[in-house]
Write a protein that binds this ligand. Structure first.
Ligand code: FES
Length: 131
């Protein structure tokens, strides 16, 4: 499928999303609803020794949100929590070969939900950090 507004990378991650699903007994779970469109994203992280060993997602949203979730989970797997907290919506959009301006909030949802899961995890561990 070709598109005038989406890159081939976006289309690939939309049609073949990586890391879809849940992690039973995940160390960190977070859900967020987009304030822009109401779409919902859930993130599940498996964390060991301060590193993200696995990341999965479920997104009830648009194609750009699914592609962003897929890319964002790929980008944080194997990263330290501190590194994952620096992931921005622009990083996700850039890795996807760009997103149309009106779809940037979709990549923001992916990064924000990962940050929320990590912050909640760190708070539970008594290691709250600021990004
Ligand atoms: Fe809602 Fe993309 S339109 S996340």
């Amino acid at each position: 499928m070709a598109s005038n507004i989406y890159s081939d990378i976006v289309l690939d991650h939309f049609q073949h999303p990586r890391n879809v699903g849940v992690i039973p007994e995940a160390d960190a779970i977070a859900a967020m609803e987009s304030p822009v469109c109401g779409d919902l994203m859930e993130i599940y992280l498996d964390i060991e020794d301060g590193y993200i060993r696995d990341a999965k997602f479920r997104t009830f949203g648009c194609g750009a949100a699914i592609a962003s979730s897929s890319m964002a989970t790929e980008m944080v797997k194997g990263k330290s929590l501190a590194e994952a907290l620096t992931l921005t919506d622009e990083d996700v959009a850039r890795a996807l070969g760009g997103l149309p301006e009106q779809k940037m909030h979709c990549s923001n949802l992916a990064a924000s939900t990962i940050h929320k899961a990590i912050r909640q995890y760190l708070e539970k561990q008594g290691k709250a950090q600021t990004p």
